[in-house]
Structures are given as structure tokens and as C-alpha cells.
Write a protein that binds this ligand. Structure first.
Ligand code: GLN
Length: 281
């Protein structure tokens, strides 16, 4: 028996909406693309498209899982970032579109430099920042570290999947870092502890807390990375931070307090402060 795709997607949308999934329409589509191997263009060309009942049942099973607030990316197993595909699971933060601004800034700088640029990605998680920089900048030599061994397993897999050449190792911040770099890039945990409880279920329950919790003021990692990072940055070195929407004053102040110069703040597509860059000298 065959089922109309448009009927089954409608049913999925209703189910997700009822469950309180914010992006119910987008997610029912993305799951349909995932299960039926279809795309929107094909669907609009053939609005009476059908799929076998067994596929429709499989789709509704995944819709049910999504309705229980499991992130879409944990169901499909991946997330696109900077045009590359990244494997994700509960051990890593799912790459966010906002973070592309951090990578774009770092890439623009790295490409403007003649010769090789040594880059350190601090708190790499899935490896998406390090791997994108490595793939998109021929002159970047990228090293990436994380506290979590489990995250590093995923990051190394992503390195291989994307044919990148990043060096990964475990380190509690700079503990095991031994040399100086031209660039330090980081999207550290920056959510204030008291704000964790108001995060969406998908994030709060299913993403690693250690990748989110930035302590009571959300600034713990910026303070440590800015302070300790100075000795791991060459004299012309630059630091690139992703920040929370309300940290556009506090993080520059931390950098200034640690002697950094030429501090700049960049806004994301929603108009929120999202990236801070600063030079060591
Ligand atoms: N931007 C992420 C969120 O809103 C947080 C990322 C982080 O703490 N580095 O969930």
C-alpha cells in the first residue's frame, strides 16, 4: 500500500506541534528527507508523490522520537556546518549556525596571512570549528583540544569523514598544550548556571552539560582562556571567541583586563553580539 507524502508530513507536523517542538514544520520536512530520500524540489514537481506504507510507518516512528524532544540531529546522526557534514551524538554540542560567524572571522584572518598559521581550537567538541578551518584554509595548521575524551572520539571521526588533518589531544584547557600558536579560537561553555533550566528540553536534557555551563556568571572559561592563553599565543597572536548574546561588554572587558589590544565585537545574523576578537599585543 502507498501513502501520500503530503498527508503523512501533515500528520507529522501536527504531532510535533502538539508535543511543543518549536520548529515542527522544518523538522517534519527534514525527517521526511532523511527517511524518504526526497527533496523539496522533487516534492513540488510531484505533489501527489507516494511512499510505501512501511516507509511511512518508519517515518512516523522517528517523528514520535522527535516528539519526545530528542534533537533532530541525534535522530539523523549529523549536522551540516560550513558546508561540511559532522557526525554528532550526546557527547558533543551540536554545531550551531551562529558559530559559522566565528569560523568565517578566523578564516578571513588566516587567509590574509602569508605563510603557515598555527591554530589552536580550545574546547573543540565535535571538531566542527577546527575541521572547517583546516579544510577551508590551505595555510592553517590546526590543533584542537577538549577536556572530554568522549568528545574527542567524535571529533577524530569527523576529521576522518571530512578528510581533514587536524591534530587532536585531550587537555583540561591548556594543561597539555606545549607550544605557542598564532591563533586561538574557542566556543567555550558560556551559559550562566541559573539559565540552564530555561534552555529547551532538546538542549538541556540531550546536549552535554559540560559544553554549556559557563558557571554562575557564564564567564569562567573566558577568564581562564584569556589569562592562561597569553603564554600560548605568539606575540602577534590573535584570539577569536564565540560569546553569548549578552556578553558583548563583559568578554571584551576580560580581554582588556588581561592586556589584549585591538578588541572587536561582531554581530550574528540576528543582530546579537556573537564574536569577539583580540590581539595579544
Ligand atoms: N549557543 C549555545 C546555546 O545557545 C551555547 C553554546 C556554548 O555554551 N558555547 O545553546
Amino acid at each position: 500500500m502507498e501513502v501520500l507524502v503530503r498527508d503523512i508530513i501533515k500528520k507529522a507536523e501536527e504531532k510535533l506541534k502538539e508535543a511543543g517542538v518549536v520548529d515542527f514544520a522544518v523538522d517534519s520536512w527534514l525527517l521526511a528527507e532523511f527517511v524518504f530520500k526526497i527533496n523539496r524540489t522533487g516534492f513540488y514537481m510531484d505533489p501527489m508523490m507516494t511512499v510505501p506504507k512501511e516507509r511511512a510507518d518508519k517515518y512516523m516512528e522517528l517523528v514520535g522520537i522527535r516528539a519526545s524532544k530528542i534533537p533532530l540531529q541525534h535522530i539523523t546522526g549529523s549536522q551540516e556546518f560550513m558546508g561540511l557534514d559532522f557526525k554528532v551524538n550526546e557527547d558533543v554540542l551540536i554545531p550551531r549556525q551562529d558559530t559559522e560567524l566565528l569560523v568565517e572571522n578566523a578564516i578571513t584572518y588566516i587567509k590574509s596571512v602569508k605563510g603557515n598559521v598555527d591554530v589552536l581550537d580550545m574546547c573543540t567538541g565535535s571538531g566542527c570549528i577546527a575541521i572547517s578551518i583546516d579544510r577551508l584554509c590551505e595555510n592553517a595548521k590546526v590543533t584542537a583540544v577538549d577536556f572530554s575524551e568522549k568528545a574527542l572520539v567524535v571529533a577524530k571521526e569527523n576529521n576522518a569523514l571530512n578528510k581533514a588533518d587536524v591534530t587532536f589531544f585531550q587537555s583540561d584547557l591548556f594543561e597539555n598544550v606545549e607550544k605557542q600558536y598564532d591563533v586561538i579560537v574557542s566556543n567555550p561553555p558560556y551559559i550562566k548556571t541559573e539559565e540552564i533550566e530555561s534552555l529547551m528540553d532538546e538542549v538541556r536534557i540531550h546536549e552535554p552539560m559540560m559544553a554549556l555551563d559557563g558557571d554562575c556568571d557564564g564567564l569562567k572559561f573566558y577568564k581562564k582562556i584569556a589569562k592562561e592563553g597569553r603564554q600560548y599565543l605568539r606575540s602577534n597572536g590573535i584570539i577569536f571567541f564565540e560569546i553569548g548574546y549578552d556578553q558583548g561588554q563583559t568578554v571584551p572587558a576580560i580581554l582588556e583586563g588581561n592586556g589584549y589590544k585591538d578588541i572587536k565585537v561582531y554581530k550574528d545574523l540576528s543582530g546579537n553580539d556573537r564574536v569577539v576578537t583580540a590581539g595579544k599585543e
